[in-house]
Design a protein around this ligand. Sequence first.
Ligand code: RFL
Length: 393
Amino acid sequence: MRTTVGIIGAGPAGLLLARLLHRAGVDCVVLEARDRAYVERRQRAGMLEQGSADVLRECGAGDRLDREGLVHRGFELRFEGEAHRVDLPSMTGGRTVTLYPQTEVVKDLIALQLEGGPPLLFGARVVAVEKADGEQPLVRFVTGGPGGQERTLECEYVAGCDGSYGASRRALPPGAVRIHVRTYPYSWLGILADVAPSSDELLLAGHERGFALHSMRTPALSRLYLQVPNDTSPDDWPDERIWDELDIRLAAGSWRLQRGPVLTKSVSGLRSLVIEPMRHGRLLLAGDAAHIVPPSAAKGLNLAFGDVVTMARAFTHWHRSGSTSLIDRYSDNCLRRVWQAQYFSHEMTTLLHAAPGADAYDRAMQLTRLRRVTGPTAAAAELAENYAGAPLI
Ligand code: RFL
């Protein structure tokens, strides 16, 4: 097989890139290790910045988003038993965010791609990217499961959109990139509950016992999180204990949290990671393949979209003019936004989580930071700006 841009991974990054390239007339092929059902079911992000929603609309994937997405005009920060609302439009020149699960974004993009878009091969697991620093990189992949048939895809460029554990990162020779990593000393216990959300907007609590988040997937399904110590097992947290702790950490005035059957329960660690530069020869990385943020600021999916918009622009410019100038600047252009999101995600994480061993002084500092970002200050405006995100197109 041969194409212009070989895309590894059919997550949000790879699928959006394929859509953008197809519309610009640049040939591409997407190779995805898993089957369609698995990719469409994988539960992950839920919040789209306005810039991300606008890109989906612009490329024809906005119909269901506009019908079913929940537009949020703000969120609450809760601490010391009080709720402080952050109003996004009034602080960001009218911007909002939209709750629309990643599973649905992926379903919409797959449906568009299978209706006459570029080839998308499910069950095609990439095992190696070769000659990335030459003129004609080669992607080796296996179809048909373990012991399956090995095939090759020759391309002019490879887009590594295969997440944190994909083949693209493994193709980077030692010493070709720097990898910056931070692991946080706490994790998130997340539940999906079969109960209508107890608030129309996200509630983020910075309690001295730890962080809590009230969020939603649909008008009938709530998504809630609690900060827990690293190495916590979900079995340590029976449903009643989770609801009791959420009640304590999210409490504000007469507000009440509705309880319901817990459908899923899982613990995930919090990590920051950046690969610098996001390119090696003709292999360009995007999304989780290039960087990870802790979920506290809900930036992962939005950053992935920012990367592939930048990448699609660079490939389109090269395809039309023969100039590699934007491809050469791809990494620098992305990394400015990536580090900004790293900074904001780190700020939100340390603003709201109780660090192990924190003392009364640390708590006083944290409360002071919380009061600054919820008062009429420049810090509050900066928080709203960062939360809403910058336009992508
Ligand atoms: P993805 O979504 O991981 O997609 C990568 C795709 O590549 C495929 N793949 C391969 N294909 C071929 N050959 C190989 N060798 C391959 N290896 C892997 C995979 O099967 C997959 O289909 O990366 P992408 O596209 O960069 O998208 C990034 C987002 O998924 C990610 O940033 C967010 O979901 C992160 N994230 C969250 N972000 C938010 O903004 N808000 C959230 O609330 C939020 N919650 C989450 C999250 C990530 C989670 N993870 C990683 C487990 C919750 C979880 C649990």
